[in-house]
Design a protein around this ligand. Structure first.
Ligand code: SF4
Length: 328
């Protein structure tokens, strides 16, 4: 169900959201790519892996997920007895859209000796067809545990998969999906910006194409980039990922300068994720008030998808044995 306009004039949305959060025994989880006002009122702000762990561990009865649909579905898969609401059910993801379950199933069937290592940015159906889910913060740890002679399909992000292939000298078969946000960064404009700020270092998300990654001093997940900002000696950082993460950087490091990497038009506005941007304070208020739109997943599908997510949570802490992985 999509957002239905309601007259909210005169409401103190922040106070109302706080009231409903208590009344509903709700936890508000927000991704780093959400608007600053949503990050500021969330109980927890994090990347996909951190938010998955929070969703699995929370004692709250309601999870209000300020992120995109596959993230809220992940929360429901891991916490089936909780009510999970997403402020706008149209908050999708170009990577998820690039990987229809039927086509992925056929691709797997054509490569029966391969296991499927799948980026969390995919549908519940594709998770159910996968062996191990990864996030950008767990992918390297997990790939390092898979024997080198094990053939792997990696989807749906060909840039993250290509980055892992180059870094670990692997030959994973790549699904041809991309993130429209990270695809939009311009190498020409990035080099112009770097020329204006020669002292700056560049941090890039591995969803970026290689021509952006090649100029980066650091490549990592959103939480990794945040950590890099904390530890690097440079005072100015050019950030090649969705620019709303800069809000957390400025909060944590008010004396440093953060500049969003530019798109082809020379600014970073084209790199705002249009799906993440659908969530607003108004929609979050209505989701908590009505407990809608609500994520529902058929139980058989949920259990199938949970296996690959459980494998991720186990392997992300590096505890799985070599024999735990097999082809399907
Ligand atoms: S930033 Fe890219 S990968 Fe993330 S939700 Fe938006 S479209 Fe999907």
């Amino acid at each position: 169900m999509s957002f239905q306009p309601t007259n909210l004039a005169g409401l103190d949305l922040r106070a109302e959201i706080d009231r409903l959060r208590k009344e509903r025994n709700a936890v508000i989880l927000a991704h780093y790519y959400q608007k600053p006002e949503l990050q500021d009122l969330a109980d927890f702000v994090g990347d996909s892996l951190e938010l998955s762990k929070k969703a699995a561990d929370t004692d709250a009865e309601v999870i209000a997920f300020c992120g995109v649909k596959f993230m809220a579905e992940t929360a429901k898969i891991l916490s089936p007895n909780k009510i999970v609401v997403l402020p706008d059910m149209d908050a999708g993801c170009s990577l998820e859209d690039s990987c229809p379950p039927d086509a992925f199933k056929a691709f797997r069937a054509a490569h029966p000796d391969h296991i499927a290592l799948t980026y969390i940015n995919c549908s519940t159906e594709v998770k159910a067809l996968s062996d191990v889910i990864v996030t950008s913060s767990s992918a390297e740890t997990i790939l390092a545990q898979i024997p080198r002679d094990q053939p792997i399909i990696f989807g749906p992000d060909r840039h993250l998969g290509g980055y892992l292939n180059r870094k670990f000298d692997r030959e994973m078969l790549l699904w041809p999906g991309v993130c429209i946000v990270h695809e939009a960064f311009s190498e020409t404009e990035l080099l112009k910006l770097k020329a204006q700020h020669p002292e700056a270092s560049i941090a890039a998300h591995p969803e970026c194409p290689p021509h952006i990654i090649d100029h980066a001093d650091y490549v990592g997940s959103t939480s990794g980039i945040l950590q890099y900002a904390r530890t690097t000696n440079t005072q100015t950082l050019i950030v090649a990922t969705e620019p709303h993460i800069i809000h957390q950087m400025q909060l944590a490091l008010p004396d440093k300068t953060f500049i969003g990497a530019p798109g082809a038009d020379g600014n970073c506005n084209c790199n705002v994720c249009p799906y993440m941007a659908l969530n607003t304070m108004e929609k979050l208020y209505i989701a908590l008030r009505d407990l809608e739109p609500r994520i529902e997943i058929e139980e058989g599908l949920r259990l199938a998808a949970k296996k690959s997510l459980d494998a991720m949570l186990t392997m992300a802490s590096g505890t799985i044995g070599k024999g735990d992985l097999g082809g399907r």
